[in-house]
Design a binder for this molecule. Sequence first.
Ligand code: ATP
Ligand code: MG
Length: 628
Amino acid sequence: MEAEARARLTAELDPDQLEAVCARARALCVLAGAGSGKTRVLTRRVAWLSGVEGIAAERILAVSFTNEAVAEMRERLGELLGAEAAADVECATFHASAWRLCVRPYRRYFPRAVTVIYSADDSLAVGRRAAAAAGASIGAREALRRIGLAKARLMTPAELEESGGLDAQAAAVWRRYRAELRAAAALDFEDLIAAAVWLLEEHAEVREAVRGRFAAVLVDEFQDASPAQRRLVELVAAAGSLTVVGDDDQQLYGWRGGDAAALLEFAASSRRVVLGRNYRSAEAIVWAAARLIAHNPDRPAKALRAQRDGGRVEVRRFADHAAEAAGAAAWAAERLAAAGGESGGELCVLARTGRYLQRLEEALLAAGVEYVVSGRRRLGEYAEVRDVVALLAGARYPYHREALRRAAARVRGLGPRTLEAVFERADGAGVAPGVLLEEPRRLSGLRDRERAAAAELGRRVAAVRARAAGGLGGAVGEAIRRSGWAAELAEGEEGEEAERRRERLAALAALAARLERGGESDLEGLLARLALGGDGEARAAEVMTLSTVHAAKGREWERVWLGGAVEGELPHRRAREGGAAALAAERSVAYVAMTRARAELVISAPERVGGREMRPSRFLGEAGLSSW
Ligand code: ATP
Ligand code: MG
């Protein structure tokens, strides 16, 4: 059995890959360019540790950066280990690991114990109030960006304040923001990592328990890990082995605190394996991508030899973005229809931004090409889903003020002023606002009409909670009815938008049913899943993909079309103020995009976008693709 596993797990690996898969090292770093088999090595190593070294699958933690990359990792593990053993491996994003391993099981260590995850929308709403109350001279979004970066670096508000200038303003917003989240027993997305680090550092019993659980921790895409994420990984891996895998040329999240220098530091202090062959892309693609990334300053030059001959890189110019989109649609249709044509799963259309992607999407829609969109919006970000989720969250967390605010907006006669009065009375009485809403008699001093409206919200929340006791699916159905969306969509609201709303609410119900079948009985599991993403739209293998470059990280397709290769889009116009470092980051985005393709890469550049003249991207010339 073991000999068989050995043979299977070492097949189709080159000597460097083999070394990395089997290395007996407490600290191992695999450093290599795109398509060199890093993720293959990581997943094989997981299988090797469990199949040959005898480590139980549930004692292995495998982390990646995006939900899409985690899905890819899971799929490959399933092929290697079989579905059952693969499901035992703890495989998640940094944020989901922090939540599942640390915050959720040890919530009693937090003030108020219940720990809600505030969504990006919740954060923005709180941030707006905090910025206004602090009289800050920066906007809420900019303040939240700076706060997020400080959290990624494990800083405190006092430390941020010391940086002075706009950071000091942001620190003032942060203090108010934090007070509001504490009152709601809430953590935002970035807090999850910092909270997990805090738990592990401050509470020895948590540290021992979490450490004791894992014999091996493996992290993919390490070049994008922030200092807080690195600290989390180090703390969890301290008793076992740590394997990190990455490519300093593919850092995409520097703006969120990602720091490729740390990958190189880790490499210097651990057993290091460098992979030098690109197995993914054909020669012409590897050549152009390598030539482009060579323009980035301060990088250790990496040789990457293509293992596949041939390949095709083509630049296409169009009069405007409508023509470009039609061109992409025609390209896709042609590839799919060709004799012995390809499955849609072999095709991908990429763009730098979600907005640009939408421009391309419209033409595909018109051409009737089937596709899935990756990395644009999550289910939990749509208005009707948020309304339903607000009721679910209000039912689960009586302190969740953002949920109550959102749910209240759909109750006739329940204005913000009435709701704030309820919150004030709740504070005065020392109870959760949700509790007061369900006991309207205690709402003294409100007018009858206001009290009746507040009581209606209380009834909705109570009804959802009552149904939740019988299962998640029932709770979602009740919330869809009580939010008013069931009636609104039933009353003959026609057209495409209504149809999409129905589909999204059905997807929410399906997710709840799936979790319920998997043994989840607490609304919290559903709410966390929505907040953390990975909400599980099945990855369609037969349909072509539309994706932002960020969401395409780590993935690959036979044929890739990269749209919008114009100045202002790629490199993005925001990079203009950031100098050489920002431009280098944009170059990495282009490098990641190009290296997704196996056999064919088409790059398109329109001469006008939205009526404005555009110049072709400088990256085309840098990659040696000057077909102008
Ligand atoms: P990225 O930097 O984009 O994340 P990566 O370094 O993780 O890329 P993989 O995705 O692991 O690379 O591998 C790229 C492709 O090459 C995959 O299709 C993989 O199966 C294939 N591959 C890797 N190593 C070998 C090998 N030794 N023999 C054959 N195919 C290989
Ligand atoms: Mg990879």
